[in-house]
Ligand binder design. Structure first.
Ligand code: NAD
Length: 368
């Protein structure tokens, strides 16, 4: 078992961060094995996606759900949303192990939490699957039909990432426009695909990669981009590297080859370890913390959860992402610390303030 993994001891696990609730859900008939982790509800009910993945071990699944749910607390806090952090995982192969019975059984697990956790889609779970879960519980979000459905979050994520790249370029290069700025985009899926169109419209010079050749060919055609080998995109000679595919793309190996002065993209968990934040800073690379720049999607989902869905209001909230990033960049400079550490600290400060206000509502009124 890997170092720091759960060894029959959830409370002592490296990734356990005083999570409020970790629930193991089982339905023998459908084969459901699920874990829901609610990290922090000081700001509101926990909201985050459900991931279906064939984890090699249960310890790996626990580790993932603990890390992902904490990430959602930080993301929601930094996006200024009155939502807590939670996430869920279903252990299994989404191509072969998914059934209506399994999804409905998962919906019942979510329902048993009485609204403390609101489930949305994530890797291996589609919006249609969330609809099936929704037959058993109203505590689901990110739907594409029905009253107040918020639809596909990806264009909103991509819009926030685009604005975040502009904020980073303004901060680091002093440029107001992306015209002529060289950007390498890794991954041309839902987020990357929308992002490259916005970047191309503003005259950025694009280098792109994806493991699907047809997708690459389409983007090269539509945006005049240059394609590179997926294994080398992080080493492209560009101003901005925008990871929009996998996690852990910034790791000790890729770092050495990195030429970009800015890392700003939509992927979750871009740093392989916290230490990578300091390593980027040491190399003079400006890093836009992933959960801050990619919050557009959850802001859109929140529009459905919190009030009647209002697209204009969602866009206004997404448009606050660059100001939050600029605050982080400036504070990192003042304190000579990594942007990732500053973002974590700001998120923790917001959560602590919300907890204090909950304990003492008079404090919250004074703060207002
Ligand atoms: P997606 O599956 O639609 O797109 C991912 C793309 O990356 C695919 O086209 C895939 O072929 C490509 N890819 C996979 N491995 C690659 C590699 N080694 N090199 C280059 N390309 C590779 O997913 P998405 O919804 O666009 O999400 C992308 C990232 O953004 C993920 O990390 C996701 O967690 C994160 N994210 C997405 C949203 C959202 O609204 N969709 C919100 C927040 C964060």
């Amino acid at each position: 078992m890997a170092d720091g993994a759960v060894t029959g001891n959830v409370f002592g696990a490296t990734d356990f961060d005083d999570h409020e609730l970790v629930v193991f859900g089982r339905d023998k008939d459908s084969g459901l094995k699920a874990i829901v982790a609610v990290h922090d509800t000081a700001l509101g009910p926990a909201c985050g996606g459900c991931r279906m993945w064939p984890y090699a071990t249960e310890a790996e699944a626990v580790r993932d759900v603990l890390r992902l749910s904490r990430g959602m607390s930080y993301k929601n806090a930094m996006a200024g949303l009155p939502l807590g952090g939670g996430k869920s995982v279903i252990i299994g192969d989404s191509r072969t192990g998914k059934s209506e019975a399994l999804l409905r059984a998962f919906g019942r697990v979510v329902d048993s939490l009485g609204g403390r956790y609101i489930a949305a889609e994530d890797v291996g779970i589609t919006v249609a699957d969330v609809h099936v879960m929704g037959q058993e519980t109203r505590h689901v979000a990110g739907l594409n039909k029905g009253h107040d459905a918020s639809g596909d979050p990806s264009p909103f994520t991509a819009y926030g990432v685009y604005l975040g790249i502009k904020a980073a370029v303004r901060h680091k290069l002093g440029a107001e426009s992306l015209k002529g700025v060289r950007v390498a985009v890794q991954g041309l899926g839902n987020v990357g695909g929308h992002l490259v169109r916005r970047l191309a419209d503003e005259g950025a010079v694009l280098t792109v990669s994806d493991i699907h050749a047809e997708t690459v060919a389409r983007v090269v055609d539509a945006c005049g981009a240059t394609a590179v080998d997926p294994a080398r995109i992080h080493a492209a000679d560009v101003d901005v590297f925008a990871p929009c595919a996998l996690g852990a793309v910034i790791n000790p190996e890729s770092l050495d080859a990195l030429k970009a002065g800015i890392v700003a993209g939509g992927a979750n968990n871009q740093l392989s370890t916290d230490a990578m934040g300091a390593a980027l800073r040491q190399r003079g690379v400006l890093y836009a913390p992933d959960y801050v720049i990619n919050a557009g999607g959850i802001i859109n989902v929140a529009g459905e959860v919190l009030h009647g869905y209002d697209r204009a209001e969602v866009l206004r909230q997404v448009e606050r992402i660059p100001a939050t990033l600029t605050d982080i960049f400036r504070r990192a400079e003042r304190e000579d610390r990594p942007t990732s550490a500053i973002a974590d600290e700001m998120a923790r400060e917001r959560l602590a303030a919300a907890r204090a206000a909950k304990r003492n509502p008079a404090l919250a009124r004074v703060a207002e």
